[in-house]
Design a protein around this ligand. Structure first.
Ligand SMILES: Cc1cc2nc3c(=O)[nH]c(=O)nc-3n(C[C@H](O)[C@H](O)[C@H](O)COP(=O)(O)OP(=O)(O)OC[C@H]3O[C@@H](n4cnc5c(N)ncnc54)[C@H](O)[C@@H]3O)c2cc1C
Length: 530
């Protein structure tokens, strides 16, 4: 049975799509609003502004790919759909970062976990970061709106064995756990969300807001990368962009975009990189600083029975037992989840080489993996990373300090305790120098004594946040609480870069709801000025 592909059908119906790789001469494009990036922020903003009657151009550096080409193979998905073919790393290479680069941004390849912004985060932002008007009550209708729009509902199907182990461990220990809400409609439970949903069940921006915007006349420009924001006094007057070829290398052809209003939705790291490269005013030196990752530790566990963590909804249970142990600014907390277990993804995040690695991979189908996402950005000694320009790109300098390693050690202990309580026969904290552990008593001692250090301990992130913080006080924020620049009348930022701290929860729903609120306010402002 052929799966209907909304992108193929939409293009056939006459959507305005310009594949930059086909442009061979300099071009200027104009609209009421130009949006840089087509992910969680860009997608939602595009739909709302188009619905308000404004002409919109969405610019995306990545390609337009759709279910027609999503073949559930890691070797194709990572180079096609991820930044740096899924091998992006921090400056010292100690943290691996996953981020999307295709139409739909990271939502095209994310794992569908949808969680509202924790109240603790919102209260901290109000009290400490000069954010105004973002309380759980004020945001509730925006969460409801986006939950309806993206069919976000509790996953009612039996979790896969990877998630079931998390649930069983929590039950045995009396720890808090929750069934995850997912943005899916008619999900086949394949477990391949991270390679682009092959059946268009995931309600990513690729199959929801972007098609809606295009159906109402918006223009999508793919394989074009914005390189510079041209500005003068308090106005942005153009965006300069490079055309990219099939391999996403610049062809030398330039495109100029002109608009009444400009929105940056290139995501954390890339929005700040673009701002730095364009030398936007930054009297308090904020751009790119306080970039957060939820730096994530992994613990493997071998079970007697098959886990088959590649199959079934990747994430369907989480535990918040340890996220806010002593209030927001107390010791760093961590959220417990599981990742999908696909061979390349896991082989690159496990330890050893040669025989020991081969032995571990031979038990691949019995391998359960638990992850602990550390909540960064609240404690005084948790300042996140800093985006820095290099000659041909950027670096994210994210030093891992003692406060982080303290949380990491606690997280490894919690994960081992949980995995043994769930019935694991061996637990393997993903940090060099510690072998497979056979009991909770043995693990407790080994984890208390093990050396944790950059490049010895595996740390990863799929949640990039911050670097262009929001707030009313320009001394600590680049944009106000509506995402409007403090320095330019016609520039907004709508993506994960505006979070003043990490969230302590998976980010997509926070970006959807806050963007929906801010884009609606912007649409009212722009249409009433017409
Ligand atoms: C593997 C993976 C799994 C994840 N799972 C979950 C999950 O289950 N739940 C959850 O809540 N979150 C998850 N996330 C994170 C979530 O998807 C992101 O937080 C969210 O999509 C970020 O939205 P954004 O708008 O900030 O940026 P993105 O969605 O990343 O979109 C930014 C887009 O801008 C484009 N861009 C960048 N620079 C330029 C430029 N100069 N010119 C033109 N275009 C540019 C990029 O190519 C990209 O497509 C996951 C992420 C990954 C990578």
């Amino acid at each position: 049975m052929a799966i209907p592909d909304p992108i193929v059908e939409g293009l056939a119906s006459g959507w305005h799509h310009i594949d930059g790789s086909h442009l061979d001469a300099p071009t200027t494009l104009e609209a009421d609003v130009v949006i840089v990036g087509s992910g969680a922020g860009g997608g939602v903003a595009a739909e709302i502004l188009t619905q308000a009657g404004l002409s919109v151009i969405i610019i995306e550096a990545g390609p337009l790919k759709s279910s027609e080409s999503f073949n559930m193979e890691e070797r194709r998905a990572y180079p096609n759909l991820y930044q740096q073919a899924a091998s992006m790393k921090t400056k010292d290479k100690a943290i691996g970062i996953f981020q999307g680069r295709a139409v739909g941004g990271s939502t095209t390849i994310n794992w569908t976990t949808s969680i509202r912004t924790p109240d603790e985060a919102l209260r901290f932002w109000g009290a400490e970061k000069s954010v105004s008007g973002l309380t759980s009550d004020i945001l509730a209708p925006w969460f409801e709106r986006m939950e309806r729009r993206l069919n976000i509902t509790e996953w009612s199907i039996e979790p896969n064995n990877n998630n079931l182990a998390l649930k069983r461990g929590c039950e045995a220990l009396g720890w808090q756990h929750t069934v995850i809400k997912r943005n899916v409609a008619g999900c086949w439970n394949t477990g391949y969300c991270g390679m682009g949903c092959p059946v268009n069940a995931k309600q990513s921006m690729l199959v929801t807001t972007i098609p809606a915007a295009l159906s109402q006349g918006a223009t999508l420009v793919s394989r074009v990368k914005v390189t510079k924001i041209e500005h003068h006094k308090q106005q942005v007057f153009a965006l300069k962009a490079q055309v990219l070829n099939d391999s996403l290398m610049p062809t030398g052809v330039e495109v100029l975009f002109k608009a009444k209003h400009y929105i940056l939705s290139a995501g954390a790291i890339h929005t700040p990189t673009l701002m730095l490269r364009s030398k936007l005013p930054d009297p308090y030196q904020l751009i790119g600083k306080r970039t957060f990752l939820h730096p994530t530790l992994l613990s493997g566990a071998v079970f007697n029975d098959a886990i088959n963590g590649h199959s079934g909804a990747p994430q369907s249970i989480y535990s918040d037992q340890f996220v806010w142990p002593n209030g927001a600014s107390g010791e760093l907390g961590y959220k417990l989840e599981v990742p999908p277990i696909h061979p390349v993804l896991i082989a690159s995040k496990t330890l050893g080489y040669g025989q020991s690695h081969a032995q571990l991979m031979a038990q691949f189908n019995q391998l359960q993996v638990t992850i602990a996402l550390v909540r960064d950005g609240y404690h005084n000694d948790s300042q996140g990373g800093q985006v820095q320009l290099t000659d041909n790109g950027f670096n994210l300098d994210y030093p891992l300090n003692d406060v982080f390693w303290g949380a990491a050690r606690r997280a490894f202990a919690s994960m081992a305790e949980l995995q043994f309580a769930a019935g694991a026969k061996q637990v393997l904290p993903m940090s060099e120098g510690v072998g497979p552990l056979s009991s909770w008593a043995e693990a407790k001692q080994a984890i208390a004594e093990m050396t944790l250090a950059p490049l010895k301990t595996i740390v990863a992130s799929a949640h990039v946040m911050g670097g262009c913080p929001m707030g009313e006080d320009p001394a600590m924020a680049m944009v106000n609480s509506q995402g409007q620049s403090h320095y330019f009348d016609n520039l907004s930022v709508m993506d994960g870069s505006i979070f003043p701290t990490s969230l302590g929860a998976n980010p997509q729903l926070s970006i959807y709801a806050i963007t929906a609120k801010n884009a609606t306010a912007l649409a009212q402002r722009l249409t009433s000025a017409q």
